[in-house]
Design a protein around this ligand. Structure first.
Ligand code: PGA
Length: 247
């Protein structure tokens, strides 16, 4: 495993360093195939990327984007849908052509949607996948117990994930509205990306980060699978890094 650890003072610096990482990769390869997370963690990174694009520093015209996951059963324009999130926070502000922005469909025939999505990722795979981490160590919607060789598929959300998904900016009106299922790139799909960027901020993520990076590699901690990958960069703020033995 090669893990580069970058520990930042706070959330804003984490976001800037994450945007630096993407910007560098984009300059090296304008045709980047980029796996993208949603949630609270990457909001600041997207803001940074949008600002840099507006200043003329970045060009996404040849980039393909692939969302990591989606809730099951929401319309793509539901306020909580990840397809909508990525439009609002990133795509509508930059020049990724619409035919080059991909996400797993969260309605219809799940097995068919999963096959279609894997086919889009295709033999070329992803150059980078950016990940957040759940308090329970999940990556995407790969919850504790998910197989490390899993491909894109239909999954059940952990109760903890459903709890954390309901917050003032979540787009859900009530706790009960959070779907029970999702569709997610599998850990096997994620591990095939050429490089992985893992982001985390805040004390609530400190235990998950410690277990992911320093604990045993076990399906009980989905993010511990990253220890099996050869090119992982971890950018975490001091609060999220607080439990790491090796800083
Ligand atoms: P968050 O979610 O960025 O909203 O904390 C991360 C995740 O659950 O993967």
């Amino acid at each position: 495993m090669f893990v580069q650890r970058i520990i930042t003072k706070d959330y804003d610096e984490m976001s800037r360093r994450a945007a630096d990482f993407v910007a560098d990769k984009l300059r090296q390869n304008p045709e980047l195939r980029l796996g993208l997370p949603t949630g609270n963690t990457p909001r600041g990174m997207y803001e940074q990327l949008v600002e840099r694009y507006a200043r003329g520093e970045l060009d996404f015209s040849r980039v393909h984007t692939f969302n990591l996951d989606e809730y099951w059963g929401l319309e793509p324009d539901h306020p909580a849908a990840f397809a909508r999130y990525i439009q609002n926070h990133f795509l509508r502000h930059v020049n990724v052509p619409s035919g080059q922005a991909h996400w797993p469909a969260g309605k219809g025939d799940a097995a068919e949607n999963a096959r279609t999505y894997e086919a889009r990722i295709g033999a070329e795979g992803l150059d980078i996948i950016i990940l957040g981490i759940g308090v329970n160590g999940h990556i995407g919607f790969n919850e504790p117990g998910a197989a490390f060789d899993a491909r894109t598929g239909f999954v059940q959300l952990a109760e903890r994930t459903r709890q954390d998904a309901f917050h003032p900016r979540s787009g859900f009106a009530t706790r009960e509205d959070v779907p029970i299922h999702g569709i997610t790139m599998g850990i096997g799909t994620i591990l095939e990306a050429k490089s992985i960027l893992l982001l985390a901020s805040g004390a609530s993520k400190a235990e998950a980060i410690q277990r992911a990076l320093e604990g045993p590699v076990t399906e009980e901690v989905p993010a511990s699978a990253l220890q099996r990958h050869g090119d992982v960069t971890v950018i975490v703020d001091e609060a999220a890094a607080a439990r790491l033995a090796d800083k």
